[in-house]
Design a protein around this ligand. Sequence first.
Ligand SMILES: O=C(O)CCC(=O)C(=O)O
Ligand SMILES: [Fe+2]
Length: 506
Amino acid sequence: MNVPNSRKTCNDHFLLINQEKWPTSISTSVYVAGLAYCFIGLTIASSLFMNALETIMKQTRMVTQKDPLSGLQVARRERVWNLAVADVTLLALGTSFPQISLALIDAFKNLGQLSDSDLHQSQRKMGEHGIWREQMTGVLVAPTPRRAVNLDNVGNLSVALKNAVAIPDAYVQPEGLRPDVPYDGYSEETDQIPVVDLHNSNTGTVEERQRIISDIGCACKEWGFLQVLNHGVPDRLMQRLTDLGTRFFQMPAAEKEKAAFGQVGYEGRHVYMPERVQWVETLALVTGPDPNLEDILRVTCADYREEFIATVNEYIQEIQRVGLVLLELMAESLALEKSFFSQHFEKNSTSVTRFNYYPPCPLPSVALGLFPHADPNCITILNQDDIGGLQIRKDGRWISVRPLKDTLVVNVGDSLQAWTNGHFKSVEHRAVLNSVKPRLSVVFFYSPYAQAAMAPPLKLVDECHPLLYRPFTWAEYFPRMQKKRMEGKVGIDTFMRLDHKEDSPT
Ligand SMILES: O=C(O)CCC(=O)C(=O)O
Ligand SMILES: [Fe+2]
């Protein structure tokens, strides 16, 4: 065949012997078919490879570790392989595949020869396939460095025990105290919990207002507990507060500890009785009469400190307004002067605002976020996220409270029970846990100014309701009940009840 000088015939072959003698159309078709075949093969191989990788990465094993707090062995299940193995393998295959293919082709092409081919040199230039080998060796051979974490902190413990099958004994409650109803175990009683719409409390007709007063009175007498709608606190303020609170607890433990000041500020491990610990982290801020937010947060949460303080302050203004409205409605429900309670809150009221953060607990059926208790103050107003975990005790049975959007939870505390001569009942409640999502609640504990005399009014004392409690002040009661706080509903009757024999300070 005559070939013009300007064109050269390829007289070499790539894979097929004597290929140069074949018609171009045939050799093209053979190569295309070969490529398609290789492509399908590669797809199958990749799929098998991914399945194999997944199977390997799913391998787990039981490890036991000594819990530094209880000294006991804690068993937990953990992955055999560091997840980075899968990442690096995929990364390596993705980046090195062209080099590996070129090397294979090169090897075939130069079978029996000693020197590097052009192909081999170019694939050397293209990549550093050593990286892959080094990374893999690093991950597989060198142990993953583990920094010692402080397991005194429930947040850290929750992370360390993720997927665990046991928790330290200190968090395992005795049989009788374990939550018999799960956090989302809503029942018929749940739907009977009073919900009061405050919308018409100021602007409605006399009848509408009377209806609200009567609903609040019934709720406080029967349940000591209610949820309120249309309270006037802006939804976005409530949301901003819970977002900032969550941000605080999601900081590393060392950063949170900078806000720890004993009784106030941050607490990462709640021991109320030496052998029993609650699965909760808290940030307690004094919000009245002498707020200490600035001091508590002085050296922490630098990025959002100003916003946090401003949001808490704005929230406190709002929640105090709601508190005063509720106290007025409560007084009216007992046929007392509207300002009977609220006048003692208008100036220098005592309040603490506490953020409770409940990290997921691997064994929520044996642990508790907060032990059963009644709040010692007058009224408590709680703003919570949508997870759920609050339970109240009524007629001896635990009832899960369903979180309702944009609603505030209100409960009667021990002081108000005494101040109303037992007409209102403080409610016993607890916080239970779940194993998946953290939960946040922001609790406003509201009491009158420290020296206000809480003396039951004569109107509430009669033959059927003999005087039960002696007059007391918050300044007197608060230090006494501190130790009793998490022992069910005992504080007020131990210290202020007239017929109680052991009325002595401890
Ligand atoms: O977080 C809750 O649901 C309950 C909080 C509570 O009872 C408290 O802080 O006293
Ligand atoms: Fe409480």
